[in-house]
Ligand binder design. Structure first.
Ligand SMILES: Cc1cc2nc3c(=O)[nH]c(=O)nc-3n(C[C@H](O)[C@H](O)[C@H](O)COP(=O)(O)OP(=O)(O)OC[C@H]3O[C@@H](n4cnc5c(N)ncnc54)[C@H](O)[C@@H]3O)c2cc1C
Ligand SMILES: *[C@@H]1O[C@H](CO)[C@@H](O)[C@H](O)[C@H]1NC(C)=O
Ligand SMILES: *[C@@H]1O[C@H](CO)[C@@H](O)[C@H](O)[C@H]1NC(C)=O
Ligand SMILES: *[C@@H]1O[C@H](CO)[C@@H](O)[C@H](O)[C@H]1NC(C)=O
Ligand SMILES: *[C@@H]1O[C@H](CO)[C@@H](O)[C@H](O)[C@H]1NC(C)=O
Ligand SMILES: *[C@@H]1O[C@H](CO)[C@@H](O)[C@H](O)[C@H]1NC(C)=O
Length: 489
């Protein structure tokens, strides 16, 4: 044994009391080890097939690169309380994951922190006496609709089949939103675990009505919802084809005419039985640019006075037919995985020139940066009719009715498959594009289709209310400081 080793051994011996005491565990490791004891190894995992599948299963490739210290799989609200209490007491970082569809980087997974995954809380049931649906947060809407369809009822959820229940906390846009309202505005009650672990029930009329309103659009900032109770929509069985519609595909060369038609639609259509969404592809490496329009009408055709301008533009293909609500819920899969994704958002109200400017600005960005990084980019326009706010069954939401119809705008970038690198120049270009296409005055941004860097809450009708509510339910600002989510509270 060389002398140097002996002398360092001697040094170690002198330091024995210090060397033998456990080095302090990092907060996340300490939470994981205590939850392993209290909740057990079925509910707490730091490796293995379930851990891998959850961590790698996010829609956005960028989020699948996170490596949670452990993943907690609660089976009851009380398991969430135990986890949250420990996270809070140890000051650990954390994230919550439901359907995994967030485009926002860091919002549904975490590195050096605890991920609470709802994949083992997937119950849904219907009570015909109250007409309420009880829904646990781990379901995808399509799975819920399969259970509910035999009762002739549905949850008003999203447009893409694969999206999860986290959608409700963003407001929630559905093809039938003009008729049924924001998906969140059909929630009757929510069971919520607050940052410190306390479980409460919030509704539009109880002592937590402030929290209830803030949750409807507040995303992941105001607590963890362990059960939603929702007013069922009596949409009918799958053989009841009450709607007519589907998709129409146009060549990219029709985009200006389609933009014009979209502006006329937004500024003139007030019939809540109509629904439309338009995805203007501005770049797609594997296809010539094509635009897809989704149109629906509660009736047996697409009325000319509503859809005539769209129908008069020559299309490359149409897939239109009588549809049930159930059919509509399975029209757009939205389940692709493996690409890095970035969203940006805006909200536009204006004339055709204004929309064309925004579209051209996005085209310029795409032309400058798509090669070689992106495989697709699109501008997705969701008309928000005034009736969508007026349909609320549970009072106002966090966004606040602006009183005018407008277009909710989603800029959508898809990076190459497996490409985990996000080039700085693309990001900078996207940032200036967003700065030059801001929301029109007084219109809220749609939080589920914006960028994490955008101050969405600032565009809501009552920011002071939101801040006061946040301060009341999370006075130590634990959520803002320990989990990624919307900025500005
Ligand atoms: C392809 C695609 C299509 C989409 N289509 C639509 C659409 O038609 N309509 C629409 O409204 N939106 C749509 N979105 C956006 C979608 O609403 C949001 O991405 C939504 O947040 C997804 O919820 P999730 O449960 O799948 O995702 P997750 O990523 O698991 O959750 C989303 C966020 O909510 C938080 N969260 C989830 N559950 C809870 C809970 N129980 N308590 C507290 N926080 C929670 C998570 O921490 C995360 O920050 C779409 C997104 C994609 C990628
Ligand atoms: C989980 O993923 C890691 C890293 O990719 C891998 O080394 C490990 O073998 C995987 N474990 C299982 C059980 O699949
Ligand atoms: C939790 O859900 C996953 C994914 O569906 C499943 O593989 C696992 O067996 C479930 N665990 C329990 C304890 O039910
Ligand atoms: C769109 O509308 C603008 C302004 O009304 C008009 O100048 C333009 O020609 C229209 N474009 C198409 C392709 O219809
Ligand atoms: C690109 O086009 C191909 C072929 O039409 C289509 O399958 C794919 O979904 C498109 N990708 C995106 C991200 O729009
Ligand atoms: C979008 O948000 C991410 C963080 O999630 C940030 O890195 C990026 O710069 C933002 N992009 C824009 C265009 O603001």
């Amino acid at each position: 044994m060389p002398l140097s080793t002996l002398s360092s051994l001697a040094g170690a011996l002198i330091l024995t009391p210090v060397a033998l005491s456990q080095p302090a565990l990092a907060p996340a490791a300490s939470v994981c080890s205590s939850l392993w004891d209290t909740l057990g190894s079925t509910l707490v995992k730091s490796s293995g097939p379930q851990y891998n599948a959850t961590a790698a299963g996010t829609w956005n490739l960028f989020n699948s690169l996170d490596h949670p210290t452990c993943i907690v799989y609660p089976q009851t609200a009380s398991d969430v309380q135990v986890a949250m209490k420990s996270i809070y007491e140890q000051g650990a970082r954390y994230a919550v994951q439901a359907g995994g569809h967030s485009a926002m980087i860091g919002w549904n997974s975490v590195t050096d922190g605890i991920l609470i995954s709802f994949e083992n809380m997937t119950r849904v049931s219907y009570d015909a006496d109250t007409n309420w649906i009880s829904l646990q947060p781990g379901l995808r809407f399509s799975d819920a609709e399969i259970v509910l369809e035999p009762h002739g009822v549905a949850i008003i959820g999203g447009r893409a089949t694969d999206v999860g229940v986290g959608l409700l906390l963003g407001g929630g846009l559905n093809f039938a939103a003009p008729l049924y309202g924001w998906s969140a505005d059909r929630i009757a009650e929510m069971d919520v675990v607050l940052v410190g672990g306390e479980l409460i029930t919030a509704s539009a009329t109880n002592e937590h009505s402030d929290l209830f309103r803030a949750l409807k659009g507040g995303a992941n900032r105001f607590g963890i919802v362990t059960e939603f109770r929702i007013y069922a929509a009596k949409t009918g069985r799958k053989d009841e084809k009450r709607w007519y519609g589907g998709s129409i595909t146009y060549p990219g060369s029709a985009n200006q005419a389609l933009l014009n038609a979209t502006v006329n639609y937004i500024n003139n259509v007030v019939d809540p039985n109509a629904g439309a969404v338009i995805a203007l592809n501005t770049f797609n490496i594997s296809a010539s640019d094509a635009t897809i329009l989704y149109v629906f009408y509660l009736g047996n055709n697409l009325p000319q006075h509503i859809f005539g301008e769209f129908l008069s533009i020559s299309s490359t293909s149409q897939s239109l037919s009588p549809l049930s609500y159930f059919d509509m819920a399975f029209l757009v899969p939205g389940n692709a995985r493996g690409n890095g994704q970035q969203f940006g958002g805006s909200s536009w109200l204006g004339d055709q020139g204004m929309f064309l400017n925004g579209y051209n600005r996005f085209l310029d960005f795409t032309a400058a940066f798509a090669h070689p990084h992106l495989v697709a980019s699109s501008l997705i326009i969701s008309p928000i009719l005034v009736s969508q706010w007026e349909a609320s069954l549970s009072g106002p939401n966090a966004m606040g009715n602006p009183g005018v119809p407008y277009a909710s705008i989603n800029f959508d970038l898809t990076y190459a498959p497996g490409d985990a690198f996000r080039p700085e120049d693309v990001d900078e270009g996207f940032k200036s594009m967003l700065a030059e296409t801001p929301p029109s005055h007084g219109l809220p941004l749609f939080i589920s289709e914006s960028n994490a860097s955008q101050d969405v809450f600032e565009t809501y009708a009552d920011l002071p209310f939101l801040k006061a509510t946040y301060a009341k339910y999370d006075p130590t600002r634990f959520n803002m400081e320990h989990t990624d989510g919307p900025i500005g509270l």
